[in-house]
Ligand binder design. Sequence first.
Ligand code: GCW
Length: 716
Amino acid sequence: MRLLTLLTPLAALWLAFAPAAQAEDGYDLWLRYHPVEAEHAEDYRAAAAALVSDERGEVLDSALAELERGLTGLLGEAPERSDRASSDGSLIVGTASSPLIGSLGLDLSDLGEDGYVIRSVDADGQRATVIAGGGETGALYGAFHYLRLIQTRQDVADLDITERPAFGVRMLNHWDNLDGTVERGYAGFSLWDWHKLPHYLDPRYTDYARANASLGINGTAVNNVNTDALSLTPQYLEKAAALADVFRPWGIRLYLSARFSAPVEIGGLDTADPLDPAVAAWWADKAAEVYDYIPDFGGFLVKANSEGQPGPQDYGRTHADGANMLAAALEPHGGIVLWRAFVYDEGVPVDRVAQSYDEFMALDGQFADNVIIQSKNGPLDFQPREPFHPLFGAMEQTPLMMEFQITKEYLGHATHLAYMGELYEETLQWDTMRPEPGTPVARTIDGSVFGHELTAIAGVANTGTDRNWSGSQFNQANWHAFGRLAWNPDLAARDLAEEWARMTFTNDAEFLEPVVDMMMTSRETVADYMTPLGLHHLMNASHHYGPAPWVDFREREDWNNVYFHRADETAIGFDRTASGSDQVSQYAPELAEVFSDTARMDERLLLWFHRLEWDFRVQSGRTLWEEMAQRYTEGARGATAMRETWEGLEGFIDQRRHDEIAAFLAIQEREAWWWRDACLSWFSDISGLPIPEDLPQPEHDLEYYMSLSFPHAPGI
Ligand code: GCW
């Protein structure tokens, strides 16, 4: 805009229309396929002048279509299509059953369906690159990998890549309701237009599938775990089947959340008791019906006996009874049950954080073969920082899977930049010390330590109808990081941030370096201005927007923030050591010892495990109160720094996305200081200690912060 005033009216008119291509809204995600710089284009063109395949198949056709689309965009001209490698620069794409690929003599035996190789070869005297999948899905993932190499400006002249995914099931969980709202969704409404399905297929469904396939995601549960039994009626199964048909060519299977009481609600039975033969028969029929609609249906995702959802315990049965009954219904069709470990029942426990472990460890070994237990990354609920869930490493006889939250329910919703890749990496690489030291969480769920064949990982999606899909440009990075880690949990979050930023914005190093640094520190910054030193659950009630350490009015004791921080005039924190709830003993003894020792532990979890007096000396030598004030302040300053860094990066990317991000970072800065001021004011009031004089004093008095209310905050 500023520039326009300096231009002649004619030039201004041209500029107003011409840059449409540059004014991006984020819809294309990391699949932008913008032309590469002229100096690189020739080399890439030479390597991929022709697209060669002698096979057909639904998924393979997607791979070829994506390569054609990507190469055309990146290199400025469409590759020739052929079924023979007749000239230099052929990109040969297919599976082990392609005669052409067979003739190259590659060893493709260990790839499984999803694995692939990308290799520079000599095909009948011609220089070629082969993308060979174990199956069609492998070829699809290989195609996206090849495009990524060009998008991130890597050399493609001499390739020797072999990839296999670490987990069999790599899925998104959508907490999408049938009325179009999304529980904990901050990106608009649900992508699924149930009302117009099955007759109208929004092109966005295909782009959604493409984006997932580009990461290797191969499953999606389309309805909320707090589910409506209607999803299992023919009326809705027909709609779900239409979605499954769109997803299938992109290697994605559809899953449904199943309501445990469905036999009563839509089946006309008077019980949902899992041990009642009529109930089991109803589910067996229902499963058969689902498979009539969706032949490759993935299975049922179940939230039972948690936050008021129905479940087997309503009939005096166990989670294993419930899961196994559903597993028996799905087994003949090859389906699985994803049974969530996020449970807590009516009785208020000594320690909410201990519940899920106690419940499920008692049942280890009792689950059917096609059941997998899905546990959140931490034992509470997707907080900015939690220790890993102690089930990881402890549950040996039952396959266990990870549930990460991609949507940022507790980390600033749409607007705050919090790069979750860094949180995912921290969890996946955490040493569980079980069965022995050197066993990170990732190894306990990828089948390598306990030998389970059924392996899976899930992320609670952050997608919605916003043009940018994820509520903000930077939130796209969290979807991307989740998907890439679901393929390979040992990838480094920093590398993924850079890869994403290159594909999403620009390959310019002067832009990438500050942006990747900012992404990598962003989660810690958020943890500091919201819940430093292991504090947790200080968010406002219900919608979880903004600070409210004072919440003490909710019906359940453990729905109140005061339950978690326990602050009074003498001390603060939740004692989970042997002198308190002893939840720490759910971890390996070596780890429990460290968590119990304030001198040795990582203080970023201090008040998660300990209740300490305000004048307790922390590792820096400050008192606990001084340290808390310091951390809150550093967090807020970090948000200011991010806003400033981004302002300095104007001009590297299109103005529209730059401005949107700048505005969001300014919101984050404001809200970070609000968090800091509100929390410090309240804790100061409780402890009777003043906020240290050398630190900024809150802008308002405590009464002001406590008076704020946000009845229409999104996501509930
Ligand atoms: O984090 C809590 C959320 C609920 C959610 C629940 C769960 C889907 O506040 O909205 O319900 O977790 O994971 O089941």
